[in-house]
Design a protein around this ligand. Sequence first.
Ligand SMILES: [Zn+2]
Length: 415
Amino acid sequence: MLTVYNCLKDGDLLEFRTANLQLMKEWNLSLLLKLIRHEPSISRAKLTAKTNLSPTTVSSLVAELIKNGLVREIGIGESAAGRKPILLELIPNGRIALGIIINHDGIMVAPVNLIGQPLMIYKEQANLDDSQDIIEKIIAGIELSLKYLEEHHLSPSLAGAGIGVLGLVEGHKTRYLLGDDWHSFDLKPLLERYKNQFTFAIENDVNAMALGETWFGIGEEKRHVLYVYLGYGLGAGLIINGNLYRGAYGNAGELGHMSISSDGQKCSCGLVGCLGPVSDGTHVLLKIKEALKNGEPTRMTLDNLSLETFISGALDGDPLGKKILDEMILNVSVGVISAINLLNPSLVILGGMLCPPDNIVSDKLINNITKCSIEGHRNGFKVVASNLGTSAGVVGAATLVLKNLFELPAYTEKK
Ligand SMILES: [Zn+2]
């Protein structure tokens, strides 16, 4: 540090000090915001005690948070002696991020507020092999969201947009398998279109969901979380020591390509024995179609075939539905148990359209995984179904932007 000072001229030193003071201020603003988020109805005195900042500094920083529409006073608290404290809380719509999700379940866009609530949701199906179609539908969702914000006088609260997109994400591009073919998708036209209005953050879809779960869902504040997504695809998001783990090339969590057998069906990745082809929703439907062709007894038909009819058929005792469901649950359990024994999380969250809470798939998976994993026998370890439901994707994508407000040093003033 001394060397740095010695190299600086007077003017540089002033600039250096000013920059550091600004950084420290942003750090403290984010810290206070984080404390207020986690303890609604907190007073300035308690913030002072928790941060070791002076009462004057806390008062001045809280005044700035109030001025910027992030925090409000909500009344007077109790006090054993002396002046009664004024209580503070986060303003839910003080900042809003657009959450955009693109995967096999469709396209969803939603403005999401500081407490992880989607204010409205746009949902559309899209052809994943048609980049133009995807971009047009996202734009339609963004425009509807912007209109909603304008009508509700919330446009100044927009902090940016987060995109969760399937595949191997690199910068603004992603590559994903459709059948046996790789498809490339570039989000640049979207970024260009809105470059003067807001910025984007881009992440793999399941990674974004995992992040959303640890900020606004059932895994809030948990440090070691395995998030498992089971819908048309199968994937995982890893939160390790409180951070999203992407791996060396950003592809960590490809649970669907975990090898569970030395033989079996060839996977679209080129290998045999991957977990996805014996467990994800896309392959379950293919398996049912094959069985229908072979005349296996079932009440399911090609006309009404979907993941919903498969689950309801299995619940009603349809023999084919029940058989395929049992196979799927066994295979997913094997993969998730291996991942747990490798990663040692304290919490496993099951999400995706096949795993809503209190549903036959999540209940059976929770039972198998708890019973058969090493950690299942440890106090405190839990396997649960996500409580974010179908909004997990948009909430997760918006988290890519919203989390920056509470992290250091990303606090920004409202425009
Ligand atoms: Zn594979």
